[in-house]
Design a protein around this ligand. Structure first.
Ligand SMILES: Cc1ncc(COP(=O)(O)O)c(C=O)c1O
Length: 440
């Protein structure tokens, strides 16, 4: 065995002994090896043997500009020499102020409250919405609504507004009450219905619910344009416009969870832009640091901020996390915003999206493929199969071809870093077609 192979093996067995891996039935690793990663470069991940994997899922949708990106690295090295972290209660620092100013300019939402992971941003938005209504003399507004098939994270509050049975059902007894309303997912179209018709039908269901329950409802939370973890369901922006109008009419907050779709994934910087709406709260994480460090932000308006601005301590928002507004993470986020501006990434992605979609025609025509769809830099399709272990088998077959792909049930999706080039697109589409062919 070569040294690198023994290093691979050694790391695998030590990891299985000491690390409880996320979102995993650990027993499955009796048969399915972990993948040891030694280093990353651009779109590729390398093991100790020099095998490489194309990171088609951007390491859980966080990586935008490739692994070990020289520009983000340089920004972090520079920041490391000055300040790694400082408590954000009572203190402040340059990166957090600059980042807040730049995010406010991009969203029109004036205040940034920082957390660490996406789920903490969702918890903050839910608590802030409820607390806003309480401070405003409406303590009965304690309920939240979300969409069928929506996903907002796995802490108890976030899981309460999540509708993915695999993650939710086990903990149902611990969750707070919430209602899941029809999703505008265009795959729900009846014969002759357009995507916009489906959006309008889902909006009518929202209106019926709000008309009856607005007095108890604090907020509606949605993933703009793409319901990601629920199976890459895509929908028409009209739903967001209708939801904005209805939330205004009935005095209910609109929370846009842009954790997966923000930072260019849908083709615009934020999904909400395509509907021309401004939410009351926007949750950001994942791509915000280019996949480098955990950071999340819950942004809100001046109106909402003002409802907490009083002498009385308990009317303030007394929520915190130890790493809130971490200086290194904020610096990485500033480097990400610089890359977006300097490289005109949104325009460049339009070209990449078209190049990728053209190649995907081979997939669209494959006899096992159904409901192919694309929004910006996300592509997804259903694979017709009776195999209950399809997702695991496809994942393993993809790894054999040097592709990191993790289907959600029968849904295969591509969400690559934006640095993907045309050769890598060919490798991805060619490899996927071969795996589909081999299933016959
Ligand atoms: C839309 C959305 N919201 C919230 C989350 C939770 O983020 P995190 O896993 O960082 O807690 C995710 C994660 O996939 C997500 O896709």
């Amino acid at each position: 065995m070569s040294t690198s192979q023994s290093h691979n093996q050694d790391l695998l067995s030590r990891s299985l002994r000491s690390v409880w891996h996320p979102c995993t039935q650990m027993k499955h690793h009796d048969h399915m090896p972990l993948v040891p990663i030694a280093r990353g470069e651009g779109i590729w991940l390398y093991d100790f043997d020099g095998n490489r994997y194309l990171d088609v899922i951007s390491s859980w949708w966080v990586n935008l500009f490739g692994h070990a990106n020289p520009r983000i690295n340089a920004a972090l090295v520079e920041q490391l020499g000055r300040l790694e972290h400082v408590i954000l209660a009572g203190f402040t620092h340059e990166p957090v102020v600059q980042l807040s100013e730049r995010l406010s300019a991009l969203t029109g939402l004036s205040h940034c409250f920082y957390g660490s992971d996406g789920a903490s941003a969702v918890e903050i938005a839910l608590k802030m919405s409820y607390h806003y209504w309480k401070n405003s003399g409406r303590p009965d507004k304690t309920r939240f609504i979300s969409l069928k098939n929506g996903y907002h994270g796995e802490t108890l509050g976030a899981l309460s507004v999540t509708d993915v049975p695999l993650f939710r059902d086990t903990y149902a007894a611990l969750l707070m009450q919430s209602r899941q309303l029809p999703s505008p997912d265009w795959r729900n179209a009846l014969p002759e219905e357009s995507a916009e018709d489906v959006a309008l039908r889902a909006a009518s269901a929202l209106e019926v619910h709000l008309a009856a329950h607005h007095a108890q409802t604090a907020a509606l939370i949605v993933e703009p344009l793409v319901q990601a973890a629920g199976g890459m369901a895509m929908y028409h922006p009209r739903y967001l416009r209708e939801a904005r109008t209805l939330c205004d009419r009935y005095g209910v907050h609109l929370i846009a969870d842009e954790i997966a779709v923000g930072f260019g994934r849908t083709g615009s910087f934020f999904g909400c832009e395509q509907a021309g709406i401004r939410p009351d709260f926007m949750c950001l994480s994942k791509g915000i640091t280019g996949g480098y460090l955990p950071l999340s932000v819950t942004m809100t308006s001046d109106d909402i901020y003002r409802a907490f601005y009083e002498d009385e301590m308990s009317r303030g928002f007394l929520h915190s996390h130890s790493y809130t507004g971490n200086a290194l993470a904020c610096r990485a986020a500033l480097a990400v915003l610089d890359i977006f501006a300097e490289d005109d990434v949104i325009a460049a992605n339009r070209t990449k999206s078209a190049q990728m979609s053209a190649r995907c025609q081979k997939i669209v025509q494959h006899p096992h493929v159904r409901q192919f769809r694309n929004t910006g830099m996300i592509w997804a399709f259903e694979v017709e199969t009776q195999d209950p272990l399809f997702a695991r088998r496809f994942y393993n077959a993809a790894l054999d071809k040097g592709l990191l792909l993790r289907p959600l049930g029968n849904t295969v999706y591509f969400m690559p870093p934006y640095v993907i080039d045309e050769d890598q697109m060919d490798i991805l589409v060619g490899g996927t077609c071969t795996i589909l062919d081999d299933m016959e």
